[in-house]
Write a protein that binds this ligand. Sequence first.
Ligand SMILES: [Zn+2]
Length: 205
Amino acid sequence: MILDWLPFKIPAISTGEMLRAEIAAGTELGERTKAVIAAGGLVGDDIIDALLAARIAKPDCKDGFLLDGYPRTVPQAEFLDRLLAERKIPAPIVIHLDVRLDALVGRMMCRRMCGECGRMFNILSKRPRVPGRCDACGGPLTVRKDDREEVIKERLRTYELQTQPVLNHYTDGDYHHIPADMSTSYIFDEITRVLGPRLPVGVKK
Ligand SMILES: [Zn+2]
C-alpha cells in the first residue's frame, strides 16, 4: 500500500499487513501465522525476514521505503543490517513513535478494521461516517483478533522482552525519538521535519 497522504513517493511496507494478506489468502504460511497471532505471539523471524527481503527487492522500493512494524526483534534488526549492506542500501533512518502504555492500550482497543478491504478506523480518533461501516466499501467493521484486551497485554509483554532491545540497536545510529501521545498533526510535522531534508524523491505537494 502507498500511504497517499504522505508527501513522499515511497511505499509503506507493513509486515503485519503482508501477513494478514497471507491469512486472508488461506496460504499455508497464513494458517501457521493465524495461530501465533491469535495467541498474542510474534511470528518467527525466518518467515518475516523472507517476506521482507522479497518485498524490498520490488521496483517500487528503488527510491526508498518505509518499514512499519519491522524489525521487531534484535535478530531481525541484524538481518536487516546484513540485507541492506548486501544490496548497498544506506543505513535506515529510525523514527521511534513513543506512546505511554495506558494511552497505547486505549488506542488499540478503539481500533476497528474493515472486514472487506482491511482499512483501519478508530472510534475515538478516526470515526467512520456511518457507525460500524467502512467509508470506502461499506463493509462491516470489526475488532481485530489481536486488538482484544488480553491479547494486547500479551503483545505488550512480548514487546518489552523482544522489541525494547531493538531500540538500543539503533540509538547510536540515525535515530529520532518522537513523543507520540500528541496530536496526529504534531506527529506528522515531526516526521516530515526528520524525513523532509533527507528524501530527494518527488514531493507531491
Ligand atoms: Zn472497507
